[in-house]
Design a protein around this ligand. Structure first.
Ligand code: 173
Length: 319
């Protein structure tokens, strides 16, 4: 037997054995602090995936912002420094402005899979950030403005507010001055009196102890908080089929748990009141105008930042 033939034969025999034993491990980071509810839920999910993925797929949680700083997580996924991340789009607008438009969704993640939004998001995410947009794991959650100074109308003149790109255009449109920080820096900023308030969802203040330093919540809320699992595109393409299928199945199953947020948000609202956070509410007409203003400046910003995709996103996210 010629050497080449025997090598080919050996390879033919070896391949199925190798493929069967091919367990892939993916590295996952979180752009949110580790003690936060998003991360806790994700770690429970990781445990389930690792149980079901024995021999196929394992997820290795590397850490939160101490491993990769919040605003660098997107780039770490894009370049393949890590394989997967839990993040919100506002943390990677440095890669593409479209990332921040997901907060403007008025249809559920489930509907986004039916109406073409999920496919459009994946097209943009692949093209602009070398990413796969796997699943949205936070929705049904408004953002609010939290303050330590009282206001009696939606005028933020003279107030210094902690933001991310989520809130920038809206708070500035109301006259506020703004300062961007990662969630991990808000407590200290409040403690030192560097800021008069901040934007944040209705939930998850308590994980970070912000209730200790927060006097008021402004109602109503606005937008739709988005946190998602994203993945490096090359890594996704290189996954063996069983690992890829499992990951798709598991991320979808995670997204399907989003009704969790509806009850959680009610509990969190109650907890805020118990902790002494007072609500600032406007009359019905002012409230309506406040929410409408948020929406209007949100989409105007998204369309201006992305003439290419802004309108297309609006058609499917807020039809
Ligand atoms: O306020 C933030 O840090 C932010 O942008 C955000 C986005 C989604 C969920 C929670 C916070």
């Amino acid at each position: 037997m010629k050497i080449t033939t025997s090598l080919a034969l050996a390879a033919a025999i070896a391949i199925p054995a190798v493929a069967a034993a091919q367990e892939v491990t993916l590295r996952l980071v979180s752009a949110f602090p580790e003690n936060q509810v998003y991360v806790k839920r994700t770690l429970e999910w990781v445990e389930k995936v690792n149980k079901e993925g024995k021999g196929t797929l394992q997820l290795n949680f590397i850490g939160g912002p101490k491993a990769i700083p919040t605003f660098e997580v997107g780039n770490a996924v894009k370049t393949g420094v890590v394989d997967l991340a839990l993040s919100t789009g506002a943390f990677y607008t440095n890669l593409m402005p479209e990332a921040d438009a997901l907060k403007l969704a008025e249809v559920s993640a489930a509907e986004q899979r039916r109406n073409g939004a999920h496919t459009l998001i994946n097209k943009i995410w692949a093209e602009k950030a070398n990413m796969v947009y796997l699943a949205r794991v936070v929705e049904f959650t408004p953002f609010h403005l939290y303050l330590n100074k009282k206001i009696d109308k939606p005028d933020l003149t003279g107030l210094k507010l902690r933001i991310t790109p989520v809130y920038r255009d809206f708070f500035q449109a109301l006259g506020g001055s703004v300062m961007t920080t990662a969630p991990g820096e808000v407590y200290t900023a409040l403690e030192r009196g560097v800021i008069d308030g901040y934007g944040w969802p209705i939930h998850a203040l308590f994980d970070l102890n912000w209730q200790e330093k927060t006097k008021f919540r402004v109602d109503p809320g606005f937008y739709n908080a988005e946190v998602s699992l994203i993945m490096n595109l090359d890594k996704s393409k290189a996954l063996p089929v069983p690992a890829h299928d499992l990951l798709m199945r598991e991320t979808l199953a995670y997204e399907r748990q989003n009704d969790f947020w509806k009850t959680f948000n009610q509990e969190e609202t109650r907890k805020q009141a118990q902790a002494g956070i007072q609500t600032i509410a406007f009359d019905a007409a002012t409230s309506k105008a406040y929410v409408e203003k948020a929406r209007e400046v949100g989409w105007a910003g998204a369309i201006k930042a992305s003439p290419q995709y802004g309108m297309q996103l609006k058609k499917v996210l807020a039809p």
